[in-house]
Design a protein around this ligand. Sequence first.
Ligand SMILES: Nc1ncnc2c1ncn2[C@@H]1O[C@H](COP(=O)(O)OP(=O)(O)OP(=O)(O)O)[C@@H](O)[C@H]1O
Length: 248
Amino acid sequence: MLAIDGVAKAFGGLRVLVDVSFAVGRGETLGLIGPNGAGKTTLFNVITGFLSPDRGGVRFAGTDIVGMKPDQRVRAGLVRTFQKSMVFPELSARENIALAARARRGAGYRWRSSASVTAEADGAAEALLGRARLGHRADEKVGNLSYGDQRIVDVLISLAMAPKLLLLDEPTAGLARQEAERLVELVRNHDDEVAIILIAHDLDIVFGACDRVAVLDLGRLIAIDTPAGIRAHAGAQAAYLGTLAEAS
Ligand SMILES: Nc1ncnc2c1ncn2[C@@H]1O[C@H](COP(=O)(O)OP(=O)(O)OP(=O)(O)O)[C@@H](O)[C@H]1O
């Protein structure tokens, strides 16, 4: 689904990504971990088109996408969430998600669109909220929901865009363990075909939810392996000061 080949990115003299290569398969969940400043979000920005790599290739579903605009990538199925919530707090949960579903169907963010598009988008929002056990809060302004439920709505917005590859940038930050697990399960159970890259600092969450884990350190990919393989990896251990072995 995604192939990164020799990607490099520098800001002035600071080399933030150095010759990064890896691939993610259809339906695979890959964890992306690394200390603060390792380059994780920068890598997401390169994959989603917010930044151009200085060097290297990015292929999505077999197509070279370097040069493709971020919105074109979203329409092709390459969807991301951001560290900061992107919800409209004054709109209801249903409206937030339905807007994303409409945008995905090419109806844009216009308030007025054909009745069938509106009904279809509302139905998609309803179904997603039901799956997240938030059906009873569908008409609540998102700003009135708990922080954990707002992060769930963020994820539902990204799922409404029908991703083939979903990039999640610290969706569980600030959540209690149970809330974090609920959010990750929701994404994983959505569709077996969707590939996911999950950035999270909670190693228990990453190791529990991911098929493989990639470790970035100072912009270099120092390891990519199963959770068990990463736990046993000397370089990954060094980057994490030995705390990896304790993660479940
Ligand atoms: N637009 C920019 N201009 C200059 N430096 C930048 C820019 N964006 C990121 N950096 C620097 O690049 C490095 C990597 O940042 P990045 O946000 O990718 O790390 P990260 O692994 O996502 O960190 P965190 O876990 O703290 O979110 C940091 O030193 C950061 O200050």
